[in-house]
Structure formats: C-alpha cells, structure tokens
Design a protein around this ligand. Sequence first.
Ligand code: MIG
Length: 645
Amino acid sequence: MITQYSYGTPVETFAVVEDVPAGHQLTHFTLESGPSLTFTCPLAATDLVYGLGETMRGVNKRGGRYISFNYDDPKHRDDMPSMYGAHNLLVVDGETPFGAFFDTPAKVVFDVDSKGNGLLNVSCESPDLRLYLVEGSSAYDVVKQFLGIIGRSFLPPLWAFGYGQSRWGYKTEKDISRVASKHRDAGIPLDYLCMDIDYMDRYIDFTVNRRRFPDLAGYTARMKEQGIHLVPIVDAGIKIEPGNAVYDEGIQNDYFCKNREEKNFQAEVWPGMTHFPDFLQEKVRHWFGDCYQFYTSQGLEGFWNDMNEPAIFSTEYRSKLAKPDVARGDPDQPDRHIADFKDFFHRLDDGRQMSNYEVHNLYGAMMTRASGEGLNRLLDRRYLLFSRSSYIGAHRYGGIWTGDNASTWHMLRQNVYHMPSLNMCGFLYSGADTGGFGGNTNRELLLRWLAVSVFTPLMRNHTAILTRHQECYRFRDPEDFRTIISLRYRLLPYLYSEFMKAALRQDMFIRPLAFDYPEDQRVRKIEDQLVVGGNVMIAPVLEKGAKGRTVYLPEPMTEVRYNGEFSCSDVEAGERMVDVPLNEVVFYIKRGTLVPAGKAVSCTAELNLEDVVLLGSGTVYEQYVDDGSTKECGLDRCVIRRKEG
Ligand code: MIG
C-alpha cells in the first residue's frame, strides 16, 4: 500500500509515474516544520535501514549520516556524505516494514541513527516536497511496490552487457585500435571501448577532433565489424563559442541557465567557459536530445554523460583559486560550490524561476532524460547510456556508473554494497570503474574486481589519466584475465535473461541475501554476499592476499567453480571455507533452479543465447531471448528450457 503526502508546492521531478492516493494523517513519522521540514521516526534496536542508492558505507545504512546533494568529489571515504546521485528512498526493515521516498530536488539530510539514540531523522531543506510512504509485508515487498510506481528500468542492448575497456587518456583512433587489437590478440573478450574527452575538438560536445579521428563514421563502422562499439563521453556544459552550431542554437532559443543579471550563466569546465543547458525545461531537453544526431548519424549508439552534477571548475563570479568569500555556515560541502549553485537559475515549466541550489539534484537526471529520449527518437534500436549524476526517475532513460572511485580494496567492497542499494532505487543498469579510477591498480585487485564485475550489468574497466595502465593484457598471464571475463560471456544467457525479466517485471536484479531469505536471521548481517537474478548467489573475495573466503549458505546449493570449465558440486547449508584462486570464480546456484550457460565468445555479436547448457539442480528455466536490440521487449519473449533426466 502506497500513500503520498504533499507539502507546499512540490517541483515536478518525474520520479513517480503512477497515480498514488493521498494519505490523510501522516503515519510512521512525526513532522516538525520550520524553514525546512524534519521527519523523525523511532527505530527499534533490531531494525535495519536499506536504500539511499549511491551513498557510502554498507547496505544497511544504519549508523550513518548521508546528504542528497549531488556532488563531484573523488574522495569516496565512508564518511563522505554526498556522491553524484540523489536516491531518497529509505526502507525500514523491522516488525512492520515500510519505505519512505522523499521526492524533492533540494538538499536532504538523512541521519540514520548516527548518534545511536534510535532515531531516524530526515531533514528536507525545501518545504516543497512529496513524501511517499510504502507499507509492505517485507522489505523486499516494499521495494517491489516502490519500483512499481517509478516506471520501468532503461533496457540496454545486449552488447552493453559485454566487457568494456576505457581510460581517460586514449586520444586517437590509433590508441583505440591498439587497445582493441591487443584484446583480440590476447583472446580477451571485448564489446566496447569508451572515448573520453580527448576525442573532442577542444573538449566541445558534439564535435570530433578531425586530426585524431579523420573519419569517425568510417571508423565506427570498421570497429563494429570487429564486434566493438565506440562509446563517446558527453559533458553537460556547452562551450561559449559563436559559430558553433549547438552554441548558436542555444543562444538563439534561450536554452541556457541564467545568472543573477538574467544573462546566460558562465562556468568554466573542460572546454573553458560554458553555458549550462536548462535541462529542467522540456523544450531544452528535446533540443539537447536531438543534438545526439551528430553521433548517431556516424553510427554511434552508446554514450556516457559526465560532469552533470554539474561539476564546475570556476565561475564568472569565483575564480578557481579564490577563497570562499563568505562563511556560508554549511560544514557539509565546500562553500565555494554551494555559492556557485546559488548563482544560476532555472526557469521551470511551471513558470517558477529557481536557483540550481534549490533544484540541484535534478540536473544530471534531466540531462539523462534529454539524451535518452533523444536517442530513442533517433535510433530504431536500443541504445547504451550511463550517466554520472542521477535522481530516481532517470533510471527509465539510462544507467549510472558510480564515479571516480580508486584502486583500493575498500572501493571494491563499496562496489558490492552499492549494487543492491542502487537496485532498490531503480538503477538496475549500473556498475563501478572496474580496477579503480584513481591511483594505481595491481594484478590481484583487478582480477578480484573483474570477478565481481562479471555479475554487474555495467562491466567496464576505466581509469584516470596518469595512473598505471590497467588494460588486462598489460599484466602477467593475461589468460587469467581471459578466464574471468569469459565467464561473463558464458553467463550472459542467464545474466541478460535475468536482467531483462527483472526490468520488465519492475523488480530488482541484484538483492541483499536477506531479501531472498527473510526467515534466516543470520543473513541480515551479511553484506558481502549477494543474490544476482533469481537463481545465483555470489560471495566474492574482497580481501588482499586472501586465498579464499568463508561463505554462508542459507540453504543447500550447487557450488559452481569456473576455471575455463564449469565444475559443479552439491553443498550443504551453513558456513564453509572456499578456496578461490585468483584465476577462478566460485558462485552458487539456488537449490532446484537452473542457470543457462553459453559458449565462450570474443564479443556478444558471436553469442548464441539459445545454445546453452543448463547448470544446477532444477528442471526448468524460463529464459528471456531476443535479438539483443529490438525495442519490442516483453515477457512473452521467454522460452522454457528443460533439463533432461
Ligand atoms: O574532471 O572526462 O568521472 O570517468 O574519465 C574529470 C574525464 C572528468 C570525470 C569522470 C571520469 C572521466 C573524467 N571526468
């Protein structure tokens, strides 16, 4: 059961797409209203609190303080309050499970019993918001109801489930081709290569540096023949450059955000001084989406949207080096940036003018919506899109990656924690920079990280400029990397099928163990094992130097070891020590279920989803199958596979 409570004049966020009846008397929370609205709810000692998508710390958010205020900060420490996305859903798992979605694009502070006094405290800076309360029979039931009102997940094409390689620093066609052929030579599967900002002419969106890519359309076609897609980056700001068609159109039609003097606001980002498109306006989104024709007309079908919190280097008011000019009294974000966001304005379609600060968390989401809707108009098949910044609702148009993590074991663990939390908030197609973005990775960390990424929908190795090269073929015994990545491709008949079924049913794809085994008290504390799709449990090795790990099985399962071949054995419920050499992956299939596995291939273009063996102890599997790109997706595409004898 879901009810909504409306306060003030809420800004349209487009997060909820179904009608939800209004409640009369607020339940679960007490409300204190002043300049901001503060909702308080007592927690029982044993309550767990799930949700909050892209935030730090574990899957159970209890004991922390989190702030929804989208922000570009690579210091992903446990106490960092804000990341790139705002996912304002909490799910309290206790005696009477319930969920609360605070639908507001302004700053929200979630204090999830950080002081240990048993209080959940949510402080919404704007008095204009909608609160949705969800009551259900379990935490999982609450989440499913919530997913039911926010609309269906973005459906990426099959190739987006392949392995992608990326690095900030690939500059030319030659750089990209070299990475492609090195993968092919080493027998390491590959489906796409990302093009970071250096492909552009002076970092200007919707341009290509013709010296580096003399014939992008031809090049895109040649790469596609090898089964490799190119995925260019697109940044939020439009360079101020009269004569550039996109800039000129933006000026002529008044598509940019305004400053205090009603002129177009100026902020410095990669291309130099830019204007920010006012993505909160429908007509601006339509225009910006159409701009992607520049790419689609050259054969490109996949994109990543960056810098859309928005990230700002400096503004017309504040230089990079300037000290904060006034003490703004906000300890949670660097003052200078808060001031920047207060300095520019959106003109909402409801007629209101609001500062970016007031509607901040919608900016990246509306860029994603603009791009997704544009690509949907431009292409007759499914596109790949993932964004850095997001808000719930953007999951209908694209996926997200979790931004600038680092090559550390802690970040690998955080990747595992993020997956179920993001799924609760609708972001099924997501993943982290495999191997780590900042800092230097190493062979062991990258192999263990790949073994996790095998199970995340977005599986992309990405790293920052000036860090150690992190393509798999750069390391000793590249065949070990081939083995792990091959497992991804062999499991695609299962992973793709389970992803599509979850998306079409508006369900989660990756869940905490406790969602599948609610009666088992032990799993409530386990955050480093996850359920992937309906039938698989993973228990990845997340520790440096570990030869294996302890795994808890809530029921008897089939243990599958992959070292180039699958070997299966039935194992009992309870705790067991498992050896996991660096070049192997161990995972589990639930009792009485099956997992279809295909042949090893070098890209999804070679994959036959129908040519499978069935692993596990079950008898039937319902497999979703399509051509990997049709827009006509439906559960009627499922076929039944039966295991003989
Ligand atoms: O200021 O485009 O998160 O993935 O490689 C850095 C360069 C801008 C941030 C993204 C990262 C990307 C980088 N970008």
